[in-house]
Structures are given as structure tokens and as C-alpha cells.
Write a protein that binds this ligand. Sequence first.
Ligand SMILES: Nc1nc2c(c(=O)[nH]1)N[C@H]1C(S)=C(S)[C@@H](COP(=O)(O)O)O[C@H]1N2
Ligand SMILES: [Mo]
Length: 170
Amino acid sequence: MRPIAHWALVAALSLSAGTTCPSARARADGLVVRDTAGVAHRLSMADLAALPVVRITVPPGKDHTAPRGFEGPLLWSVLSRAGVVGGPPRDLAARAILLEGADRYRAALAMGEVAPDFEGKQVILAQRMDGADLGPAHLRIVVPGDRRGARGVHDLTGISIVVLSPDAAQ
Ligand SMILES: Nc1nc2c(c(=O)[nH]1)N[C@H]1C(S)=C(S)[C@@H](COP(=O)(O)O)O[C@H]1N2
Ligand SMILES: [Mo]
């Protein structure tokens, strides 16, 4: 029995190595979060899956007619996990969160909208919509309270924290 068991073990290990070895595509999954210095912090799908899930229902608005249910971590949890929101609350007051989709579509939130010490709005990074997984390439931002869908960036690939300054206007 022993040689057969050994052979089976080797076969099982080779199979599992073949199926779990991360492909380039798997490594590209997730999100890049840039801090105010432009340093990139990558969050994998596993990092996102470890964050507490919030469920929200968005009523019909100007851009869609039916209510929709979304599930995912709070954007604030994502930013905290990436380590880009440290420091005293007053330092957050002039910061923006720039959201970017795979098609380079962009939308901005003020940090004060989502920071718990300020408005603490339940903006989420949705991974499920109406009970179905969106998939790693179709993460989307949901901004409760917005009547238009334009800040609900879908196919989200990047988030940048920007310090706003009139001097930086180009
Ligand atoms: N990446 C990306 N996200 C985007 C857009 C876009 O063009 N690209 N359009 C926005 C606009 S204007 C709207 S109304 C909603 C539409 O998405 P929905 O049809 O799923 O509500 O997506 C928003 N998010
Ligand atoms: Mo829109």
C-alpha cells in the first residue's frame, strides 16, 4: 500500500500546484490605492474579501428605475486597510478620493463624506449586485444619496487620495 499511497500523494501535489499557481491575470486582480504621496498600495481580492460586508439598497434615481441591492466593504474600510487615511481628522478636510474605472472614467468624493469623524456616509465598494457576484473586473462604487449614477464608478481599478490645493490647479 505504501508505494501506491506515495505515488498518489505526489500526483495530488502536482495537480494542486498546477491549479493554484497564480496566473498573471490573478495577480492583476484587485485594486491599486495611491496615497497622497502617490505611493501605490495594492489590495487583492482576498484582502477585500476579509473586510466586513455592508448591504445597502439604493432607491430608483434619475439614471435607473428599479431599486438595487449592493454588498461589499465600506470604502472607508478599504482605505483604512490600504493605510491611506491615517493622521488627525483635520488633515482629512482638504482631501479628495479620486475613483478611476478601467476606461479611465473618473469621479471624486470628498474625504469628509466618508470619514466616520465627519459625515460617515455608507459609500461601499460593491462586490455583489442584486445577489450576484460582480467579479474582480467589475467592482463598483455605490454612493447612497446620489440621485444620479455618475459617481458610481464601475469596473473600478484605482483609487487615489489627493490633497486639494488651488495652487495645484493646472
Ligand atoms: N467606469 C465607468 N463607470 C461609470 C461610468 C462610465 O462611463 N465608466 N458612467 C457613470 C454614469 S454617468 C452612470 S449613470 C452609471 C451607470 O451605471 P449603471 O447603468 O449600472 O447604473 O455608471 C457610472 N459609472
Ligand atoms: Mo449618468
